[in-house]
Design a binder for this molecule. Structure first.
Ligand SMILES: [Zn+2]
Length: 209
């Protein structure tokens, strides 16, 4: 894991920060360098408040023990909301995707954040804990439908098939997957409201009815 690598103490503060920024998704060495030189031009107050905001980012945040969402309470507001449709469980790979659905306002059921995916190229698979957590939530929610909202790319496909296998014996649970509208190779995080709405509405059942 990149996060486990200790910063190189022998490097200068500038080089250390460039290396840290370089760990952000989609940020290469050149962008990381530009960010650091931008910071060097800011005043001390800004730098201290940025540092403080980063250091305190996880203060007062909890991972929901029911669905895996991150919020200021456990259970999270979505799990606690009595007005949400408890018959449907939308399975997403990570919290970014949950936030995209919520911001689009196109779904009123429950979520389950898998917190992992199946990706043989990165040596990733769903851990026994991930699977247990999901099955416990499915049981406690009493949901009768699982919508698999994994991303339309190879890892998303493999994750979907793994979930299908896990749910193989549960003929009482309707399983579907987001359908067209999402570009192949794209990502839920960057999809607009209309696209997410279409993908949800036209979800494909995993089993012959
Ligand atoms: Zn929750």
């Amino acid at each position: 894991m990149a996060g486990a690598v200790p910063p190189d103490k022998s490097a200068s503060p500038i080089e250390r920060l460039i290396a840290l920024f370089g760990r952000f998704p989609g940020v290469g060495g050149k962008s990381a360098r530009r960010m650091v030189f931008h910071l060097l031009r800011q005043d001390e107050d800004f730098l201290r408040s940025l540092g403080g905001a980063i250091a305190g980012l996880k203060d007062g945040l909890f991972t929901c023990g029911t669905c895996g969402n991150v919020s200021e309470s456990d259970p999270c507001p979505i799990c606690r909301d009595a007005l949400r449709d408890r018959t449907t469980l939308c399975v997403v790979e990570n919290i970014d995707d949950l936030v995209s659905f919520e911001q689009a306002g196109v779904y009123n059921g429950l979520y389950h954040v898998l917190g992992g995916r199946v990706s043989p190229l990165d040596g990733q698979e769903l851990s026994a804990e991930n699977v247990d957590f999901f099955l416990r939530h499915l049981e406690s929610s009493g949901a009768s439908e699982v919508i698999v909202a994994t991303n339309p790319r190879m890892e998303g496909d493999l994750t979907y098939f793994t979930l299908l296998e896990i749910l193989g014996g549960r003929s009482d649970i309707k399983v579907s997957r987001l359908a067209f509208g999402l570009p192949v190779g794209g990502s839920i995080e960057f999809a607009d409201r209309m696209t997410l709405h279409t993908a949800l509405e036209s979800r494909i059942s995993a089993r012959r009815e």
